[in-house]
Design a protein around this ligand. Structure first.
Ligand code: SF4
Length: 95
């Protein structure tokens, strides 16, 4: 994928660049729940130090990134944001 200029700028500031990037995505082998939680905790701690956190989260939500920690949130946490933003029965009922 070719990133636009704005994405190149925030990605260049990403705190997850380098060898520790491995904790941001599930391993290729099965991962126990406690292992996943420990891995995600490490990744989220790195995100909290990242100056690109909001841009990263906005990007992951915009492209509906299905895997990994982006902007300090995992897949399920991002899906909650997306679901809340989508028009649904509550929005239609109040219209
Ligand atoms: S917020 Fe987290 S995943 Fe996003 S660029 Fe920063 S360190 Fe990487």
């Amino acid at each position: 994928m070719i990133a636009n200029r704005g994405e190149v700028i925030w990605q260049a500031k990403a705190a997850c660049r380098g060898p520790h990037a491995i904790v941001f995505f599930p391993p290729s082998h099965p991962e126990r729940k406690d292992e996943r939680m420990a891995r995600e905790r490490i990744a989220k701690e790195i995100c909290r130090t990242c100056t690109a956190m909001q841009d990263c989260l906005d990007y992951a939500i915009r492209i509906r990134e299905a895997n990994g920690i982006w902007g300090g949130l995992n897949e399920a946490e991002r899906k909650q944001i997306i679901d809340r933003a989508l028009p649904g029965p509550r929005a239609a009922a109040s219209a």
